[in-house]
Structures are given as C-alpha cells and as structure tokens.
Design a binder for this molecule. Structure first.
Ligand SMILES: *Cc1c(COP(=O)(O)O)cnc(C)c1O
Length: 471
C-alpha cells in the first residue's frame, strides 16, 4: 500500500463528522437527515473500496476537506430526480430511449383534471353500478379502425403474448421465416411464442414465403396464422410474401384465425408526407385479418400501451384470460390514450396537436427556418465559445417504423472553439436540461426537426453552460 493511499484512508471522515459538515451547507438545504446519512455511507464505502483497489482514480482528493467537498457535490447530484426533461437533437422522432412519443398539452391538461381528484374509472354513471374501465376507449378504437371489438394492455409485447397465450397455447402457430423479428429490448417472436405456450411452425425461407407454404403447413393442431410486420428492417430484392387479404381468406377457409402484429400501428397514411407507404390499421382490419396488435406510443403518438383489436368472439376470449388482469393499464395511461384517440376524430387537428405527427409533417423549409432563427438569435451570445452553421441532413421516424426512410431536415452545427466535439457532446448530456445530439463526419449536429420552438431558449442555455462548463 502506498503512503498516500494510507494517508487518504486515514483522512476518510466518519459519518458523524461528515453530517456535521454537510448540515451547514446552503447547497444541501432541505435534504432530510436520513437521506444525507444514506448518501454519505454510500459515498464513503465506495471511496474506501476505490482507495483499497486503485488509488489513481482518487488522485484529485488530497485531504479531508477535499473528500468532504467531493461528498457534498456527490449528494447534490444524487438527490436530483433521476428523470429529467431532455432536448432531442437527434432527429429520431419516436426515440425509445427518450420516451418515444411526447404528449400534447391538451392531453396533459386533461390528465391533470382527471387525476387530481377522483374519476369514474370503473363506475357507470348512468346506473351507478360498476362499469368497465376500457369501454370508452374500446368504442373509440372501433370507430377509428372499423374493428368489431378491442382491448388495451400494457404494451404491444404484452398484446402479442396475451393473444398467443389465449388463442394458441399448446397449439401450432404458422409464421413465415422472413417475419421472425427481433426488436430492441429482447423482444423476439420465437421467444415470446415459446413463453406463451404456443408452438412455432416456421415456413418458407428468409426472403420468400408463398401461399402454398401456409397451405401445406396447416394441420389439425394449427391455432393461428401469424403475420409480423417487419418494422425495423426490410428484405429487398428477390422477395415474396403473402398479403394480409390472401392470408385472411386462407384462414377463413380452414376456420383458423389470422393475426397481424403491426408494431407501430399508424392510423393515417403518411405517404403524402414523403414516407414509404406503411400499412395502416384500418386497411389491415378491412382485409379480413381477425386480430391486429400495435403500440400506443409509436406512430400513434400516445402513451405506452398495447392495443388489440379484431373480431368480437376472439377479443372476448382474450378479455377472459386471467393474465389480462396482470397486464392491465392504469388510469393515467387510459385517460391519455382516450384523449389522444379523440384527436384522431379530426384529421386536420391531429396533425397540429399530436407532436409525433406534427414533427413528421413539418415541411423541410420550416425546419430550415427554425435552424436559421436559432443561429441568428444566439450567435451574439455564444460567438466567443463556438461557431454555428446550418446543414442539410435527414431525420428518421424511429420506433421501428419506415426503416431506411429518411426525412429531409436541417441541423444546427456547433464547432466549439476550446473543446473537442466529443467533449461537447458529453458535456451536453450533463447540463441541467441535457441535449442529445448526433456526431456525423466530425461535426456535432442538432437536428431541428425534433426541437420544439419553445425549447430554443433552453437549448441555448444548455449550450452556454456546456461550452463554459457549469454543472
Ligand atoms: C415495437 C414492436 C413490438 C413491441 O411493442 P412495444 O409497445 O414496444 O411493446 C412488437 N412487435 C413489433 C412488430 C414491433 O414493431
């Protein structure tokens, strides 16, 4: 053991003297004593371990005062809420790591009204008796999609699992090899299938699956024909798959239900905004598919939820599955989902009000104007520390929708004067309002498609503190 390591170990304050020091600090005012003690023990234990293992990482700490100051800074940061508002400068609209779809203000106001006190979550106000929490949202879903019936669970992964478990436990489910997808977060169709109790029957090849492949695989054990939307990849070139309509007919002829896991679940045709045509929910329902599942927080633009719609007898069966209760959503989600779906009743309004759709629909010229405005407004304030420019770039929809598809966009580029680009990128993640950026060909880009007008002052403030290094 080196001498300085020993010195530092001897210098380590005990909890009692630490608390005496911390209690007098203005920066830690209001933090309960119990939490101060908890954080102090956490910090001192870790520091002791580090000192015993490797002294290099604690070189900065020279004496007891140094340790106490570092402890105070640690607690100040540790006590901040974990969740922070961040600014999304990545240009990825449905960004799973950043909470997917932002909710509109009108929906948040509504949540406030509903959840501040009590609400009629499971009470039928007509009769005064117990009602269903899902009824209203279910009717809306049916109105918007043309489905007979519907059900909402925690997320789309749960929707797929619950459907398979209800309709195909101990039976066979036929899936094309080209559709055995893995999406992020360990959701893999074969694994979900296995856990649900259904037996996977793979047919066709990676690039081509034909009608007769399905036909030949049908046995008395077949419970379901499953299509899975290739949400985050494309198979291109010499390919073939069986359209929903044909599969629905095959299922009908054999009295076997057909399910489509759509993933993103878009209710509006986005091809007029320059995107490739994604299947829209209403079309899949109209094609005769019996069950359709999709997410609430991808292209739909709502809260996290899994939506199951389809033929009433099948949905009724799924509703009765005891697992349904375990995948139940709470009143906040339900209220937000109802409010978001109500926006879809008016197609003009939904593009103005729902941030996810609004960001997709914003014309390239408006994004450019936003980038120019930012540069003009904040250059004077920051020109001693960085140079701004604007750059033509591409945004992405994200969330496993329209992969490989780029939306023309504009970014503000930031060239710091006294920092490396990678340092600025890192510092921007540690400001009071962190900013997530993209580094491309050696430049730091802030894609203005995913930055709201109201966020520009906060963006400038974060840049300012990152460039000047204020914690
Ligand atoms: C995203 C996705 C899922 C999972 O949806 P979550 O809402 O994230 O649980 C399932 N299937 C497909 C095809 C998807 O794209």
């Amino acid at each position: 053991m080196s001498a300085s390591k020993n010195t530092l170990l001897r210098e380590l304050p005990n909890v009692h003297e630490s608390i005496q020091f911390l209690s007098a600090l203005e920066s830690l005012k209001g933090i309960p004593l119990k939490r101060l003690k908890f954080c102090t023990r956490l910090y001192l234990n870790e520091l002791r371990q580090t000192l015993l293992a490797d002294q290099d990482t604690v070189k900065k700490l020279s004496d007891k005062k140094g340790i106490l100051d570092a402890l105070a800074l640690f607690i100040q940061r540790y006590h901040r809420p974990h969740f922070k508002k961040v600014i999304n400068g990545t240009g990825i609209i449905v960004h799973t790591n950043l909470g997917r779809s932002p909710l509109p203000e009108s929906v948040l106001d509504w949540l406030h009204v509903l959840t501040e006190g009590y609400c009629n979550l499971e009470l039928d106000l007509e009769t005064g008796k117990r009602g269903s929490r899902y009824q209203h949202v279910e009717s809306l879903l049916c109105e918007l999609t043309g489905a007979e019936s519907g059900l909402i669970v925690n997320n789309n992964a749960a929707a797929v699992f619950l459907t398979l478990n209800t309709l195909a436990k101990d039976k066979e489910v036929i899936v094309s090899r080209g559709q055995l997808v893995e999406i992020g977060g360990s959701f893999r169709i074969p694994d979900i299938m296995d856990r649900s109790g259904a037996k996977l029957v793979e047919i066709g090849t990676t690039n081509r699956t034909h009608y007769h492949d399905y036909q030949q695989a049908i046995t008395p054990e077949t419970a379901l024909l499953l299509r899975v939307h290739c949400s985050n990849y494309r198979i291109i070139g010499f390919t073939s798959d069986v359209p929903a309509r044909e599969l629905a007919q095959l299922g009908k002829a054999h009295n076997i239900p057909v399910m489509e896991d759509l993933g993103s679940g878009c209710l509006i045709d986005l091809s007029r905004y320059g995107l490739a045509k994604e299947p829209i929910v209403q079309e899949i329902v109209a094609s005769g598919v019996d069950i359709v599942t999709f997410s609430g927080d991808k292209l739909l633009g709502g809260p996290q939820a899994g939506i199951i719609i389809g033929k009433k007898p099948l949905i009724d069966q799924i509703k009765k599955n005891p697992l349904n209760r375990m995948l139940r959503i709470d009143k906040l989600t339900l209220a937000a989902l109802e409010a978001v779906l109500r926006l879809y009743l008016d197609e003009g309004r939904v593009f103005e009000e729902l941030p996810t759709l609004e960001m997709i629909a914003t014309p390239e010229g408006s994004v450019r104007a936003r980038a120019e405005y930012f540069v003009e407004t904040y250059t004077a304030q920051l020109q001693d520390h960085c140079h701004f420019d604007i750059l033509s770039t591409f945004s992405q929809v994200g969330g496993g929708a329209v992969p490989e598809q780029n939306l023309p966009s504009w970014a503000v580029t930031v060239q710091p004067i006294n920092l490396r680009i990678s340092q600025l990128e890192e510092r921007l993640r540690h400001t009071a309002v962190p900013v997530l950026t993209r580094i491309e060909t050696g430049e730091l880009l802030i894609d203005m498609r995913t930055v709201a007008d109201e966020e520009m002052p906060a963006l400038a403030a974060s840049l300012h503190s990152a460039l000047l290094l204020k914690p």
